[in-house]
Design a protein around this ligand. Structure first.
Ligand code: AMP
Ligand code: ZN
Length: 141
């Protein structure tokens, strides 16, 4: 376990947290600097920096837990919806290098916007590029 990883510290019980779920592979706790009341983080118990490095069983466990908890989180704070998101890599704004799924409660009329509001403009991609990227993804590992 990396000594400076705060989430490994929480999982090891060395850093306090408001834990809302735990099993053999997964833990969930409240974000300490929440974007909204009830903002929850779901993490694999084993340290993985990036989503692409997680074994399939762990990915299943983490995302199944996020799916199950999203309803409970929303109910707990009387939210109208949730944004479920991962900042995967520093380029995407990931600050803690231990994979975590954010569950952010959303309220009608809040100022959060959709994931699309992360960008001021859309990428301009031709049909040929869409085709070529789709093939690269399909044929990739
Ligand atoms: P990200 O930018 O996706 O890496 O988000 C990291 C999140 O972890 C931020 O929303 C922080 O508020 C949250 N965070 C950092 N340290 C802790 C901690 N000790 N307990 C709970 N949440 C934390
Ligand atoms: Zn860690």
């Amino acid at each position: 376990m990396p000594e400076d990883c705060p989430f490994c510290g929480i999982i090891a019980g060395e850093i306090p947290s408001y834990t809302v779920y735990g099993d053999e592979d997964v833990m969930a706790f409240l974000d300490v600097n929440p974007l909204a009341r009830g903002h929850t983080l779901v993490v694999p118990k084993k340290h993985h920096p990036r989503v692409s490095g997680i074994p399939a069983e762990t990915t299943d466990a983490v995302f199944q837990t996020a799916g199950r908890l999203s309803g409970r989180v929303a109910t707990a704070v009387d939210a109208d919806g949730t944004t479920i998101a991962v900042n995967d890599g520093p380029a995407a704004g990931q600050e803690v290098p231990h994979v975590h799924v954010h569950i952010v409660p959303r309220f009608d009329g809040d100022d959060g916007g959709a994931i699309h509001s992360l960008f001021r403009s859309q990428a301009s991609v031709s049909d040929e590029e869409l085709q070529s990227v789709a093939e690269d993804i399909k044929d990739g590992d």
